[in-house]
Design a protein around this ligand. Structure first.
Ligand code: COA
Length: 168
């Protein structure tokens, strides 16, 4: 059974292992060096009401996580959050991503966030399918904005509106 809950400092070793593998072997992050534990402690200690870090735990081990954070730093973006999600390789394709995102989006909606943005480096059919399944809509593609493993990489922007357009 998988438990989705708020991530804790003790989860950082597991979370970092999942992320660092993608840093070194994947294109879904444009980081090229593992960021180290301080990066994760900073994320977990954010006090912004739209910032959350969630962990998916199975048998006492964190097998995936999702978080929300600033989309861009300028003040007028404060009701917009960017989300990110990573699962350990053996945990993919069995609904855990969906469970993490459903809980994250529910917390963001409860916190008054208006629009959620996700940036998907292409190709990534699993991430595209997850975002579509969670109600995101494709907003456009930026071409050749990343370069990793000696090739150019496009990113696709996805958006999820959490409040109706008539809301003030
Ligand atoms: C992308 C990722 C988070 C998806 O999580 P997941 O647990 O594998 O996805 P789920 O099993 O919850 O599936 C969610 C939906 O996507 C579909 N899906 C999942 N993987 C898929 C794939 N490889 N191809 C096509 N569809 C896929 C599922 O069928 C499901 O659709 P449905 O709800 O309509 O049935 C996970 O694969 C992952 O961690 N990938 C590596 C890191 C990464 O790319 N992160 C995203 C950065 S933007």
């Amino acid at each position: 059974m998988v438990l989705v809950r708020t991530a804790l400092p003790d989860d950082i070793v597991d979370i970092a292992a999942i992320y660092d593998d993608e840093v070194q072997h994947g294109i879904s992050t444009f980081a090229t060096e593992p960021p180290g534990p301080d990066y994760w402690h900073e994320r977990l200690s954010s006090t912004h009401p739209g910032d959350h870090v969630l962990a998916a735990e199975r048998d006492g081990v964190v097998i995936g996580y999702a978080y929300s954070s600033s989309y861009r730093p300028r003040a007028a973006y404060r009701h917009t959050r960017e989300t990110s999600i990573y699962l350990a390789a053996g945990a993919r394709g069995s609904g855990i991503g969906r469970a993490l995102y459903d809980e994250l989006l529910s917390r963001l909606r409860a916190g008054g966030v208006r629009t959620v943005v996700a940036v998907v480096a292409l190709p990534n059919p699993g991430s595209q399918a997850l975002h579509r399944a969670c109600g995101f809509e494709r907003a456009g593609v930026l071409h050749d904005v990343g370069r990793k493993f000696d090739r150019w990489i496009d990113t696709e922007l996805w958006e999820r509106r959490l409040t109706v357009s008539g809301d003030r």
